[in-house]
Design a protein around this ligand. Structure first.
Ligand SMILES: Nc1ncnc2c1ncn2[C@@H]1O[C@H](COP(=O)(O)OP(=O)(O)O)[C@@H](O)[C@H]1O
Ligand SMILES: [Mg+2]
Length: 804
């Protein structure tokens, strides 16, 4: 009698060696907990992700306005992923343990103290399998206590009992392998599948009413002596096609384990003599002997469990050719890790049956491996590369290793990443944070804005009001161009409809209508208005050592704000007039100077007589840009800036305040502020505080900030770590160490290289569960890619590629 459990997969980035070591210790601990059980079955199975169902859930959040368009995009995403991946799968882990029959123990006392998990669920599953349920309940009884013990032993890995559906799926899976469409028909019986070993020698042909496939079983024939980094459960997941990996483990009695080491030692001794005779130096032997001694010591004195095990990969294909090609790919890939595989010609059927649930390897003679507990742990059972959220939009794939370019990285990864940008604050079980805010950081040209726009376009399907700032004014023209493309109009008319929901506001400081739209005295009240006005002025006019001027400004602002409360129309131009009118020479001069700075400049957007109509932000999607904003190079120090730089940044201050005002107008309305080039805020004096205030709206106002900036440092302020629920960090060569620290990855040479190797569109992603891994951002809609462009390839850039 065996019991099978599901192990919820854990995500640890392969770039986090420390955490992986900790996880291996957990696996060892589990093996010790189960030490009195002799047979264990470890399984990695690709499972249909059921994208369809996931998207259905997502669509429940769609807005009535754009939801229909969103559904079209979901369909297209599913279609493209289906084309690219064949089956869209996610890996799942199952562990089986052979139970003890405890009938000889006193049943009554045990039953009271152990609550059983083997109940009607299993009965149901049995009936699916066509087993008669009558009396089976009784048959389980002697195993109940043992089952409970195993269940407890698996708690280190948070093992869960399989539901009847899961158990059914798991048991019948070998008979459906690679046959599309036979995921889970309730009536499929194992007996409906015929297994034909002769159609192609060395392969098995599976046929059932849903179709046929060709599978091959490839046992491990050899591994590195000490198994270090033979992380086979992990490596299997990196294959560009779904593979199954099963390890049947049999714990050896200590006496036979010791015999095994003695036998091997003797063999080593003999080879040893040979070696000297031949002057050969076989590293395995040199390595092996001390290991063997250690091992014997472990088994005899530390009572370390010792195992023999059979590890088998199952590869499938629609036909023999595909299956064979995949076998070859897997074999050579595993060889990189010093793991040898073989595809035995005559033994496919035997292996097939050995691997089925509940079968033992007791009488197996071939392909057995021998290791102790830590060797089994090295296989890294239970780790996957899941990232993002379970329900969400398609954002890209987990990046494994390095690829020459992003699209190759995408094509070679099966780990798709879904992400829902608006649920972090809804109290997700297991989430590390409930902060709705998103950070996108990295150097210019890496794809930050691309990602932000991808998120934004997806969010247009949701019931959320979006305000996107576009300080570089790089979106409107490109969006329009995509809309005007006749081919796009023909192929994706609903895209055109979507784009019609966008409202563009371009602030042109030379247009009188725009004077003062960002005047803090018009849209802010009280202290907010005052602080913002002062910050704005300080950005262009240094008040240090001019306390008299500063005092006058503060007093005048108070008066103006009071006037506003009484219903008068006031603006920052009034402040300048008041200063100019002062009897004190210093103050009058300051007023004159600020007035001059404002005249014919970008600052006209923020200085008005108070009659500005303000901005209409009642549209669902607004893109706000500023005409002729001449931003300094990112990273320019305040002291190095010229007047024009400072003016440009000064305007960002009321702009940020305006965004905050937008987010806080209505608590009930979900809002998202997408602030691109947010370093322009932190580069101003007191800019970090601005960002903090922007974030503060957050949860209580149903407001989200997506902040796009140069440096991860921009996200942090003196007193907090930034509190971003999700972070996307693209590379920035000057601060790799900070990025790694910020993303909770160890600062190692390898990880710095990982950042250095990241191409356009690749970043590190920390999701709201706190999982971190490398992501390749993938937009599967050509018309969106078209709209997301920011640069035209120059002629030489194009030519550069042509003349390789
Ligand atoms: N994941 C991606 N897939 C395809 N093209 C991308 C991707 N990321 C960026 N690009 C392209 O690279 C260019 C620069 O990206 P952008 O997002 O503007 O960079 P950043 O905002 O980091 O300076 C753009 O033309 C964009 O279309
Ligand atoms: Mg950008």
């Amino acid at each position: 009698m065996w019991a099978y459990y599901r192990i919820p997969s854990r995500t640890i980035s392969e770039n986090n060696a420390e955490e992986i070591e900790g996880y291996k210790r957990k696996l060892v601990q589990m093996l010790w907990e189960l030490k009195s059980y002799y047979e264990i079955d470890l399984q990695l199975l690709p499972e249909d992700m059921r994208l369809n169902e996931r998207f259905k859930q997502l669509e429940k959040d769609f807005s009535s306005e754009t939801g229909k368009i969103g559904k079209r995009y979901d369909e297209r995403a599913m279609y493209v992923l289906g084309q690219e991946l064949g089956e869209v799968t996610r890996y799942g882990f199952t562990v089986g343990v052979k139970l003890h029959n405890t009938a000889y123990l006193k049943q009554d006392t045990l039953k009271d103290s152990f609550k059983t998990a083997l109940d009607s669920v299993t009965m149901q599953a049995l009936s699916y399998l066509g087993v008669s349920v009558a009396d089976t309940k009784k048959a389980f009884e002697p195993y109940e206590a043992s089952e409970k013990e195993v269940f407890d032993g698996l708690s280190v890995l948070k093992g869960e009992c399989l539901t009847d559906k899961q158990l059914y799926r798991n048991t019948t899976e070998p008979f459906r392998h690679g046959i599309a469409g036979s995921e889970l028909p309730a009536n499929l019986q194992t007996t409906n599948t015929t297994i034909d070993p002769v159609a192609h020698t060395g392969f098995l042909r599976l046929t059932n009413e849903y179709g046929e496939s060709c599978i091959a079983l490839m046992p491990i024939t050899n591994t590195e002596v000490n198994m270090t980094y033979a992380e086979m459960f992990r490596i299997a997941q990196k294959m560009p096609f779904p593979v199954e990996f099963k390890v049947k483990v049999l714990q050896m009695k200590p006496s036979s384990a010791v015999r095994k080491t003695q036998f091997t030692a003797r063999r080593f001794k003999e080879t040893d003599k040979d070696m000297y005779a031949n002057e050969d130096s076989d590293s395995i032997i040199l390595q092996g002997k001390p290991l063997l001694n250690d091992l014997r010591n472990d088994i005899e004195n530390k009572k370390t469990p010792f195992y023999k095990w059979l590890g088998v990969f199952v590869v499938s294909g629609k036909d023999k050719t595909e299956c064979q090609n995949r076998c070859n790919v897997l074999k050579s890939y595993m060889a990189n890790y010093h793991v040898e595989l073989t595809r035995p010609l005559a033994d496919q059927v035997n292996l097939f049956y050995t691997l089925l649930n509940g079968n033992s390897i007791q009488f197996e003679r071939y392909w057995l491996q021998y290791t102790k507990d830590s060797g089994i742990a090295e296989l890294l059972f239970g780790l996957t590369s899941n990232l993002g959220s379970n329900i969400g939009f398609y954002l890209g794939r987990v990046t494994h290793g390095t690829a020459p370019d992003t699209s190759t990285a995408i094509q070679s990864s099966r780990d798709i990443v879904l992400y829902h940008p608006m649920i972090a604050n809804e109290g997700i079980v297991g989430a590390m944070t409930d902060s709705p805010h998103v950070l996108v950081s990295g150097e210019t040209g890496k794809g930050k804005s691309f990602l932000a726009k991808l998120l934004m376009f997806y969010m247009t399907f949701l019931d959320v009001q979006i305000l996107m700032t576009d300080p570089k004014n790089e979106n409107h023209a490109w969006f329009e161009e995509a809309v005007k493309d006749p081919e796009i109009q023909k192929d994706y008319p609903y895209f055109i409809d979507l784009m019609k929901t966008f409202h563009y506001v371009t602030l042109d400081p030379n247009d009188k209508n725009n004077y003062g739209v960002l005047d803090p005295l018009t849209f802010l009240n009280g202290a907010q208005a005052k602080d913002t006005a002062v910050a704005l002025i300080e950005q262009v006019y240094n008040l240090k050592g001019k306390d008299d001027v500063k005092r006058e400004i503060l007093e005048d602002l108070d008066m103006l704000i009071e006037k506003k409360q009484k219903g008068e129309k006031v603006g920052l131009m009034d402040l300048i007039d008041m200063l100019k009118d002062s009897n004190v020479k210093n103050i009058a001069e300051a007023g004159g100077l600020v007035g001059q700075l404002v005249k014919n400049s970008i600052l006209q957007l923020a200085f008005s007589d108070g009659t500005s109509r303000g901005l209409n932000i009642d549209y669902k999607h607004t893109i706000l840009s500023i005409q002729g904003l001449d931003l300094p190079e990112a990273g320019t120090k305040f002291e190095e800036m010229n007047d024009s730089d400072r003016k440009a940044l000064a305007v960002m201050i009321p702009l940020a305040k305006f965004c905050q005002y937008f987010g806080q107008r209505d608590r009930k309305q979900k809002t998202s502020i997408i602030f691109d080039e947010a370093w322009t805020l932190t580069a101003t004096r007191g800019g970090k505080r601005l960002v903090k205030e922007l974030r503060r709206a957050g949860r209580s106002y149903n407001n989200q900030l997506i902040m796009i900036t140069q440096s991860v440092k921009d996200a942090q302020s003196e007193d907090d770590r930034g509190n971003f629920g999700a972070c996307f960090a693209f590379d920035e060569r000057s601060e790799r160490e900070d990025i790694l620290k910020f993303m909770d990855l160890p600062v190692t040479k390898e990880n710095k290289e990982l950042l250095a190797d990241m191409k356009k569109g690749q970043c590190l992603f920390r999701d709201f569960y706190g999982r971190v891994d490398a992501l390749s951002v993938d937009c599967v809609f050509p018309e969106w890619i078209r709209a997301f462009k920011t640069v035209d390839k120059s002629n030489s850039a194009k030519a550069e590629r042509e003349f390789v």
